[in-house]
Design a protein around this ligand. Structure first.
Ligand code: GTP
Length: 606
């Protein structure tokens, strides 16, 4: 067990790309955990997609030994946190396991929205925050301006901010000293019953489910019987250890310590982030505060392009789910798309990551249906029912008969947008177009900080992409949910050749329905190839058509213009046609190319 006064638990909070992972790797290297060669590939971002996209998805932790200038050796637990709004709950749990944080701000970019959101969380956890101005090696670095921003915008003193370059190694010793001298040691009672927080968990093919914990009171040892208080399950601990970053087994973890346990757990859904772990024989009386079950907020259908891939899709999805308890799925059948899965995600980025992994790692061609949020539908009282029911709707296809609906509620978010002045006008228009309600607007140092309330369903399509493109990448965005509100919502169906295409139906606000319907029809007109007959494309609410386009009939055979003369050219064309067919879905007698599904949903005007 480590002496409490020699322990420091900290995390690194930063906006995406400000250098959190690079700094973490540099700290590991300086304290001897890694050689220069091992440094060459980032250690903490260990999933391929994380590396490629340069974002951290799962929180990881490392235990470092550091001999400080005072001659004492300290154990530093560094906790990495995910950098994206979709994973805010994991950030919050990781922060709860620490006493302090390094606030990394890019010396050239300055404070961004995500920085703010994470700092506020960190302050809520009573953290000691040490500002680190990173990338001072860049020619465009302006540390004094960034210091002023940290003081004016974040509201933290920044006089003694550490100036560093995670890339070149400048200031790394100062960062380590600041951790030891400025971040307080943890508190904890060794003699109290075991109380440990479940910070994170993941599936490892050799170890089974690995659980990252922070011990609050008591100690946890190999051979101990433990209970998960919220989950209600009990387990026998068979390994206790820490990451350095390689695995090292330890006899026990005492109060204030961070490390991992394994307990022969097969299913990750038994380990819920935020749960309290206690001893079976001598349990704690109260669980740790703040446990929250994470719920998916965005749903969509995933269908194989080739119906024969269904089993492969099922297997692949089940495998992904082994490592990600926040992702949910259940089987779904669609008249047009056949068998597939309805999946739930924490947000759009989460959706994209899963979709990309399925495509890339499992080599599947998929059709993704329109993402949908969770609506609360209040039904009218049916004959024989004691009281009116409320249902949760994840899939526009399951929308009840409008006559049975008393009212519909949709989820709302509060968004914080941080944007340079010159783009403010267009951002305000974007928010207004998406039914936003402006709550606040302040200016700091040539940039505007905007607070808007927005319906989540207006954000899930392409809000973030639009925001980035309007502001040339300078706007940053963060949000949290603020509950459901009633809205005048309707289901809009898309009919191709008079047949409804359920993958394209969506729930929209009545006011926006016509414009969106028209837009969808226009898009589809360009995306669906001509056939030998005329194809009407319609958007409808109930039986009422609100928009219509027609694809003219194809008059000639594609090869006709070759006059049968050039046979190789003719063959090429036919082959091309065949190739195209593979990626199409048949709707009645109409073929719709795979990319039409996603392309039609993009609302941006080009
Ligand atoms: N010039 C310079 N570049 C740096 C420095 N630190 C990091 N970078 C670069 O900045 C980019 C982003 O760094 P990361 O460490 O991946 O950023 P991050 O904050 O971990 O990003 P997320 O994992 O998405 O939160 C990389 O290309 C790094 O090489 C630095 O001190 N100087």
């Amino acid at each position: 067990m480590t002496d409490l006064s020699k322990l420091r638990n900290f995390s690194i909070i930063a906006h995406i790309d400000h250098g959190k992972s690079t700094l973490a790797d540099r700290l590991i290297q300086r304290t001897g955990g890694l050689t220069e060669r091992e440094m060459s590939s980032q250690v903490l971002d260990n999933m391929d997609i994380e590396k490629e996209r340069g974002i951290t998805i799962k929180a990881q932790t490392v235990r470092l030994d550091y001999t400080a200038k005072d001659g004492e050796t300290y154990v530093l637990n560094l906790m990495d946190t995910p950098g994206h709004v979709d994973f805010a709950y994991e950030v919050s749990r990781s922060l709860a396991a620490c006493e302090g944080a390094l606030l990394v701000v890019d010396a050239a970019q300055g404070v961004e929205a995500q920085t703010l959101a994470n700092v506020y969380q960190s302050i809520e956890h009573d953290h000691e925050i040490v500002p680190v101005i990173n990338k001072v090696d860049l020619p465009s670095a302006d540390p004094d301006k960034v210091k002023k921003e940290i003081e004016d915008i974040v509201g933290l003193p920044a006089d003694d901010a550490v100036l560093a370059s995670a890339k070149t190694g400048i200031g790394i010793d100062e960062v380590l000293e600041a951790i030891v001298t400025r971040i307080p040691p943890p508190k904890g009672d060794r003699d109290a019953p075991l109380k440990a927080m479940l910070v994170d968990s993941w599936y490892d093919p050799y170890l089974g489910v690995v659980i990252l914990i922070r011990v609050i009171d008591g100690a946890i040892k190999k051979g101990q019987n433990v209970k998960f208080m919220a989950g209600g399950t009990t387990h026998l601990v068979d390994r206790v250890g820490a990451f350095r970053p390689k695995i090292e087994q330890l006899p026990e973890l005492g109060p204030g310590e961070i490390g991992f346990i394994t307990a022969q757990i097969k299913d990750i859904s038994e380990t819920r982030v935020g749960d309290t772990i206690t001893d079976v024989r001598r349990p704690a009386t109260e669980a740790l505060p703040g446990f929250k079950e994470v719920q998916p907020v965005v749903f969509c259908g995933l269908f194989p392009v080739d119906a024969a891939d269904f089993e492969k899709l099922r297997e692949s999805i089940s495998k992904l789910r082994l490592n990600d308890a926040s992702f949910s799925f259940e089987m779904e059948t669609s008249a047009a798309l056949g068998f597939g899965f309805r999946c739930g995600f924490l947000g759009l980025l989460h959706l994209e990551i899963i979709q990309e992994r399925l495509t890339r790692e499992y080599d599947l061609d998929l059709i993704t249906t329109a993402p949908s949020v969770v609506y609360k539908i209040h039904l009218t009282k049916a004959a024989g029912e004691a009281e009116a029911r409320t249902i949760e709707l994840h899939n526009p296809a399951d929308m009840p008969d409008p006559n049975r609906i008393a009212s519909i509620e949709e989820p709302w978010i509060e968004a914080t947008i941080y944007v340079p002045d010159e783009y403010l006008g267009s951002i305000l228009k974007l928010c207004q177009d998406r039914r936003g309600i402006q709550k606040n607007l302040t200016y700091v140092a040539g940039r505007a900080q905007l607070t808007y309330e927005l319906p989540l369903n207006e954000v899930v399509f392409d809000f973030y992409d639009r925001l980035k493109s309007i502001s040339r990448g300078y706007a940053s965005f963060d949000y949290h949910q603020i509950g459901h509100r009633e809205g005048d919502l309707v289901k809009m169906s898309i009919l191709v050749n008079n047949e409804p295409v359920d993958a394209l139906s969506m729930i929209v606000h009545r006011v926006a329905a016509e414009a969106r319907g028209r837009h969808m029809c226009e898009r589809l007109k360009d995306l669906i190839p001509r056939h030998l007959f005329k194809i009407p494309i319609q958007a409808a609410i109930g039986g009422k058509v609100i928009a219509r386009e027609t694809i003219a009939a194809l008059r000639k055979d594609v090869t006709a213009k070759c006059y049968g003369g050039d046979i190789s050219r003719k063959r090429k064309l036919l082959e091309k046609q065949k190739e195209g067919k593979k990626k199409m879905r048949e709707y009645g007698s109409v073929s719709i190319p795979q990319e039409a599904f996603i392309a039609a949903l993009r609302m941006g005007e080009e």
